[in-house]
Design a protein around this ligand. Structure first.
Ligand code: ZN
Length: 457
């Protein structure tokens, strides 16, 4: 078995995702809606597994984080106080010829070096037409609440989940009696009306994030910032992401969000280059202070050791859920040359994804559709599916040759296949085949679910 040295193209991932039901273009029968994607049967399993793995590590795995699920629609004052109404903008430029619109800071990096000097004006990357002066474009999606469309009913789709946490700060303190340092975690959708989108599910206008607001004594903020950078990186590598393809990058002062004094990104080396998959920001006391001033309700913390009220600082590790999905897919994708049963060289695509993330945990495969085999294979499938030893999707597949079915399961990252053959009828045993090594062992059906559970752990 040898790894073929090939450079993975984004199009190969996109094609696998569509072919096998991970992701579809949204509203495809109407020609699609730009940069919106629907998770198919395998995609939703993968995405749920990613979110569960995150929650397990970040909430259940620690004793200093609790969860919340706040609503997408919030009081409009929230977004004024948070600075998003005034400050959540990107510089928009328009081509005077073809009318295409760009984020000015995105084209400066894509234009060639000689046109990038301060004296040379930027031109349209498509038609080289001249560009308008930049104007600041707010990224929040506006909507109205109720039947009357006026400014009083105006609301926004949340551009981040953090504010739902800040406005509940007192509720959480009162109901959980937490002491600093502690965090509040949330996963959910956010919406940003990005000027430019692209690279599949990497940059979309509707996306999901997983994030924690971690409240600390201001004097401990730097220490916790560093510790969350390390913990965030570890989350990816513990789930199998190649550490060589991860790097840390501190934001330059001019890239910092309006609330942040320091942000460190974790970047992954995608087929098109480095891209941000997590950001760990020090948001200081910006938000708690702003909401205290704006709402009139104090969001401070009473330290009963010193008898003083303090305004905690916030360390915010954010993970893009869709970006995490894409990272796990890209990182796990591999092509190998193997020898087939008849000794011929053939290639296989295999998704070497961590078992806890794999969309299908186990596939049960009868050697053929022989009428004596099928009832036993179906019985085995039901036993595994209903077993309390195993959580996750268990598939039954009897279409086409056994070799083709192994390839299909390899391609979607199924860690284990259970094959029911003619010997099974007599010896009441089946074969477990492992995805990565392709090694096979024979196991009595009576011990099967225990064996499978051990192998998945
Ligand atoms: Zn143009």
């Amino acid at each position: 078995m040898s790894q073929t040295p090939s450079i993975l193209k984004l199009s190969e991932i996109v094609s696998l995702c569509k072919r096998r039901g991970f992701l579809f273009q949204s509203s495809e029968i109407y020609g699609g809606l730009a940069s919106t994607w629907d998770y198919g049967p395998l995609g939703v399993e993968l995405k749920n597994n990613v979110k569960n793995a995150w929650w397990k590590t970040m909430v259940w795995g620690r004793d200093d984080v609790v969860g919340i699920d706040s609503s997408i629609l919030m009081h409009p004052e929230v977004w004024k106080a948070s600075g998003h109404v005034d400050g959540f903008t990107d510089p928009l430029v328009e081509c005077t010829d073809c009318k295409r619109r760009y984020r000015e800071d995105h084209i400066s990096s894509t234009n060639t070096e000689d046109t990038n000097s301060p004296d040379t004006p930027l031109v349209c990357p498509q038609c080289s037409g001249s560009l308008t002066e930049p104007r600041m474009f707010n990224l929040m999606f506006k909507t109205t609440i109720g039947p009357v469309e006026d400014t009083a009913s105006e609301a926004f789709l949340r551009p981040e989940t953090a504010q739902g946490i800040f406005v509940n700060f007192n509720n959480i303190i009162t109901t959980t009696r937490r002491k600093l340092p502690f965090g509040i975690a949330q996963t959910g959708k956010a919406f940003r009306n990005e000027i430019t989108t692209g690279n599949f599910i990497f940059r979309t206008r509707e996306f999901e994030i997983m994030e924690i607001e971690f409240f600390v004594d201001p004097k401990d903020a730097d220490k916790w910032h560093k510790s969350w950078i390390a913990d965030s990186q570890k989350w990816y590598t513990n789930l199998g992401v190649n550490p060589q393809k991860l790097r840390l990058r501190d934001h330059e002062p001019n890239e910092l969000a309006h609330y942040s004094t320091g942000t460190c990104d974790i970047e992954y080396l995608y087929p098109w280059g480095w891209g941000e998959i997590s950001g760990i920001a020090n948001r200081t006391d910006f938000d708690l202070r702003a909401h205290t001033d704006s709402s009139g309700e104090s969001l401070s913390y009473f330290d009963d050791k010193t008898g003083k009220h303090i305004m905690p600082y916030v360390i915010e590790p954010t993970f893009g859920t869709d970006r995490a999905v894409m990272t796990f897919l890209v990182d796990a994708y591999s092509e190998e040359e193997i020898l087939s049963g008849s000794g011929k060289k053939e290639s296989r695509v295999v998704l070497k994804i961590h078992p806890s993330l794999a969309p299908v945990k186990i596939a049960v495969l009868p050697l053929s559709r022989n009428e004596n085999l099928v009832p036993l294979a179906k019985e085995v499938h039901e036993t595994v599916r209903k077993s309390e030893n195993i959580t996750g999707m268990i598939q039954y597949d009897d279409a086409q040759s056994i070799g083709k079915r192994y390839r299909r399961q390899d391609e979607v990252g199924t860690p284990l296949c259970v094959t029911v053959d003619f010997d099974s009828l007599d010896d009441k045993s089946v074969t477990i085949r492992e995805r990565d090594s392709m090694s096979q062992i024979r196991v009595p059906i009576a011990n099967l679910t225990k064996e499978l559970r051990n192998k998945l752990e």
